[in-house]
Write a protein that binds this ligand. Structure first.
Ligand code: PMP
Length: 361
């Protein structure tokens, strides 16, 4: 069995070199006589791994010193709830820009804690575009403005960082973190579940401007308090050590490959290949997202004849292209092209698409 090209939206494909290293080290790691999954998070050896991972992520994303970085158990959804608890007073307004499914989820998580104001939404248009900045109705004195940098299901991505003035911008980067350079200083907070571009599911990265941690927030358990996590270097309790270690290997791999500038180039090339194949298909395939908002990471598309969709999925799987079935919320096909997907994988998909069209068009 050889490794196929895996277009899963998450958990997603990881760099083969990273998996091989983890495999080689699994039984006995770094001369400690045990696996990394069997040693204490308080051991000098693990603390070194954790600190190196943070340092490498800081290099990769050029994170300024006045930003804290946390590696936390729990997914992006957990962070969506913690945002309100940590940074908004009870019942305070928080503005949400909804450009797809995950923006809606983010609001669901904070309902009990804040007055979530939908400052703009592209739902009426089926989430095929970003809500235009000039139509956002931001609130006076909002705790923060929340955006989803890349909507994993609807395939809609912010290509520019919106200006929210004095109100800090909080962004869910789960499916696009480290896919291109980002000016972290434009954000109050960036969060991401690891399972797309950073590593295995089970750990989230939170990057927050330190002054925001002074906010009182809401009554909450210590374990839900970002200040406590920052104060203890994300080791308030037992952290997901395996995930943290693997993410660290992915960071090293990304740096060795040329950093986020190189991934920006590859991601642009991969997504251009697939969009081109869709747009050149004479309507056999169709992507409905406005050109300027098209995601480089997740490309949902449809076959003009939907009765062919199941056949496309099964034949692509037989051709070594995994997990192309679209999310049930939108149907059709979805190709996820995260950092670990090589350009050759996107090319293999495009070759299959053209071949499939020839046989069924
Ligand atoms: N936000 C985005 C943009 C996502 O893609 C996902 C997961 N697909 C989530 C949030 C939820 O992440 P988790 O399952 O880690 O809570």
């Amino acid at each position: 069995m050889t490794r196929a090209y895996n277009f899963s939206a998450g958990p997603a494909t990881l760099p083969e070199a990273v998996l091989r290293q983890a495999q080689a080290e699994l039984l006995e790691w770094n001369g400690v006589g045990a696996s990394i999954v069997e040693i204490s998070h308080r051991s000098a050896e693990f603390i070194e791994v954790a600190a190196q991972a943070e340092s490498d992520l800081r290099t990769l994303l050029a994170i300024p010193d006045d930003y804290a970085v946390m590696f936390l158990a729990g997914g992006a959804t957990t962070q969506q709830a913690l945002l309100a608890l940590n940074f908004a007073a009870p019942g305070q307004i928080a503005d949400y820009i909804v450009s797809g499914h995950w923006g809606q989820t983010a609001i669901k998580q904070v309902r009990h804690y804040v007055t979530a104001n939908v400052a703009a939404s592209s739902e009426a248009g089926g989430f095929t575009d970003l809500p235009a900045r000039e139509h956002w109705r931001l609130s006076e004195g909002a705790a923060y403005v929340h955006i989803t940098a890349n909507e994993t299901i609807h395939g809609v991505e912010f290509r520019n960082t919106p200006d929210t003035g004095e109100v800090p911008l909080f962004a869910d980067f789960s499916s696009s973190i480290a896919s291109e350079p980002v000016d972290v200083s434009r954000y109050g907070l960036i969060y991401a579940g690891a399972q797309k571009n950073l590593g295995p599911v089970g750990v989230s990265v939170v990057i927050v401007r330190r002054d925001l941690l002074q906010r009182e927030g809401q009554p909450r358990a210590d374990i839900f308090d970002y200040r406590s996590h920052v104060a203890r270097d994300s080791m308030l309790n037992t952290p997901p050590t395996w995930n943290w270690y693997l993410a660290g290997l992915v960071f090293k791999w990304m740096l060795a490959e040329g950093g986020v500038e190189e991934f920006a180039r590859r991601n642009a090339a991969k997504s251009a290949l697939v969009y081109q194949a869709i747009d050149d298909s004479g309507g056999f395939y169709r992507n409905e997202v406005a050109a300027a908002a098209r995601s480089r990471m997740n490309i949902p598309f449809f076959l003009a004849d939907d009765t062919l969709t199941a056949r496309f999925v099964s034949q692509s799987r037989e051709a070594g292209l995994l997990a192309l079935k679209g999310h049930k919320a939108v149907g059709g096909i979805r190709a996820s092209l995260y950092n670990a997907m090589p350009v050759a994988g996107a090319q293999a998909l495009v070759d299959f698409m053209r071949d499939f069209q020839q046989r069924h068009g």
